[in-house]
Every structure is written in C-alpha cells, then in structure tokens.
Design a protein around this ligand. Structure first.
Ligand SMILES: NC(=O)c1ccc[n+]([C@@H]2O[C@H](COP(=O)([O-])OP(=O)(O)OC[C@H]3O[C@@H](n4cnc5c(N)ncnc54)[C@H](OP(=O)(O)O)[C@@H]3O)[C@@H](O)[C@H]2O)c1
Length: 295
C-alpha cells in the first residue's frame, strides 16, 4: 500500500476468523496494519492486501502505537502479551483486547498492563466476524475514558457502533457474558423446541416463522422486566409464575414422552417452582433473577 491514513498504525495479534476480519477492516480503511498469529501461515491473504506480516509477537507490537489482541480467550492473550520481550516492547503503547473472557480476567490483565506501563482497554464484539467493517458490527469497550477517546477514531474504522461502558475494566466483559447468557440459553431453547416439534411431525421450517414471532415478544419484555428487576416491583399481572410453571411442565412432559432430554426446561421449571415456593407465585418470571441471586 503506498499511502496510509492519518490514523496511528495498528497491530493485530491473532488471526482467527475475527482477528482476520479486524485486520481486513483496518487495511480497507487505509491503516498501516501489522499482523501476527501464533501458528504461521494464516496471514497470506492479508499480506497480499498490504498488511505487514511480523515473524514474532514482539516484532509485531513494536511496529504500532496500538495493538489489538483477538484470540480464543484471555489465557491465550496473556500467553502472548506477558512474555518479557513483548511486555517490554509494549511499554508506553496501548493494547485493546477484543478477546472474550470473564470480567475478572480483564481486570487482572489490566492490572498487569498498568504495572508494566502499558495503556489497556478491554472490549467485546457482540456480532459475528462477517459484520466487521459493516454498520451491523457492535463493539463494547471499558477502561480509561481518555485512552478510549484517543483511539476511538481508529477503532471506529472497524465499522458499526462502539459504546464505552465506563472506566471499570470488567464492564465490557460483564455485558458480553450477560448477553451471551441470553443468546445461548435462547439457542438451547430453540434447539430443544426443534427436537420436540420434529418428534411430533412438525419441521423446523414450519416452526421457524412462529419461533420468530415468539422471539419478537422478547425485546419489549426485556425493557419491562429491566424496570421490575431494578425497582423490585415484579408485577405478575399478565403472566404470573404459577401459570408459566404449568406451561413449562407441558414442555417437559411432551419432551420426555419422546425420550428427549428435557434438562434445560426442567431447570427452568425448577426455578419457577422455587420462586413459587418462596411465596412469589403471583409475580412475573423475572422475580427469578432475585431468587437466583440469593446465596
Ligand atoms: N468469530 C466470531 O464471529 C466472533 C464473534 C464475536 C466474538 N468473537 C471473539 O473473538 C475472539 C477470537 O475469535 P476467532 O473467531 O477469531 O477465533 P478463535 O477460534 O476463538 O481464536 C483463534 C485464535 O486464537 C489463537 N490462539 C488460541 N490459543 C492460543 C494460545 N494459547 N496462544 C496464542 N494464540 C492462541 C489462535 O492461534 P492459532 O492459529 O495459532 O491456533 C487464533 O489466532 C474470541 O474471543 C471470540 O469469542 C468471535
């Protein structure tokens, strides 16, 4: 590439599907981009597009003011960043971790970075790799606001929306985990629904439009239940837990009549019964959040 943008040079560590997409978006925006991956050979397409392929992580981080690390988990990120040569080379530079992991691991790495004179932001990507560089991408960030503001223009070259959730380093990971919780439990419910529908002779394609209808009920419920959860109101006027538990029992019954593991719904029903047992049967299901939080 002959001319580069005014943005700082960026290094991307990790060339899995997401790391490759991130590096590709920086390159497409004209950013001088250096890339490195633990296993060699994953950088060819990107070097053909103008990325500089580094032969070591130390060389890679030395090439740029800003390093974005996106690997499988924080343990893998730490295995790269905390090597003595890499840590030395990062001193005075900034790392943005877009690696998914727990809030505590984000805080631990941030503490380590501070001890080594490295600027550190933790982020989470809430959309799949093909969304990067498009308006659909969703990025969450946490860490020092001045550092975020300094690198926001270059991070925004990755497309989509970027939200700074606060200075507390664990916040991006907390949002990430909570949202993954919503996503995967919903997906488990959907997989289970497909299994019992099929057992009753209904195809997944037949069910899909109606499943979409059910999913569409959720967004306004999230809003309404958020107010209940934060204010402790738990109104069950429309659908009290007692009524919900009875429909859950039907799902378990049909599932088990076909020999299909009803574990997910059994635990949902168990939770509803616990709420009822504690005397909250007239409340809305979100009362479960409070019951779950009791130790
Ligand atoms: N893919 C998506 O659509 C998506 C969406 C949202 C968030 N994310 C998040 O983005 C991150 C990266 O995901 P991904 O899809 O690119 O692929 P991934 O399979 O989660 O991670 C692959 C990357 O991790 C590296 N890695 C694994 N163990 C390592 C170790 N011990 N030391 C150094 N590097 C190691 C791999 O290097 P090698 O090639 O050497 O194995 C490769 O670069 C993850 O945290 C994921 O949760 C991904």
């Amino acid at each position: 590439m002959s001319s580069y943008s005014n943005h700082p040079a960026v290094t991307v560590l990790g060339l899995g599907p997401m790391g490759r997409s991130l590096a590709g978006a920086f390159l497409a925006a004209g950013v001088r981009t250096t890339i490195w991956n633990r296993t060699p050979g994953k950088d060819r397409e990107l070097t053909a597009l103008g990325a500089a392929g580094a032969t070591s992580a130390e060389e890679a981080v030395s090439a740029s003011e800003l390093t974005v690390v996106c690997v499988v988990n924080q343990q893998a990120a730490d295995a790269i960043l905390r090597r003595a040569g890499v840590a030395r080379a990062l001193k005075g530079r900034t790392v943005v971790s877009l690696t998914a992991d727990t809030p505590q691991r984000a805080r631990d790495t941030a503490r380590w970075a501070a001890e080594h004179g490295i600027g550190y932001l933790d982020g989470a990507i809430m959309t799949p790799a093909p969304s990067i560089g498009t308006p659909e991408a969703v990025f969450l960030h946490s860490g020092p606001r001045d550092l975020y503001e300094r690198y926001r223009p270059v991070l925004e070259l990755l497309g989509g929306t970027h939200t700074h959730l606060g200075e507390e380093l664990g916040r991006a990971a907390t949002f990430d985990l909570a949202l993954l919780d919503v996503f995967w439990t919903a997906m488990a419910g959907y997989a289970h629904a497909v299994a019992i529908a099929r057992a009753e002779g209904v195809t997944a394609r037949e069910l899909a439009p109606f499943a979409q209808g059910i999913a569409a009920i959720l967004p306004p419920l999230f809003e309404e239940f958020a107010a209940d959860a934060d204010d402790g109101t738990y109104s069950g006027e429309i659908n009290p837990v007692t009524s919900a538990a009875s429909t859950m029992a039907h799902v378990v019954e049909v599932s088990e009549s076909h020999g299909i593991d009803a574990g997910v719904m059994r635990s949902v029903e168990g939770l509803a019964r616990r709420v009822i047992g504690l005397g909250h049967g007239g409340d809305g299901f979100i009362r479960a959040a409070e019951v779950l939080g009791r130790h």
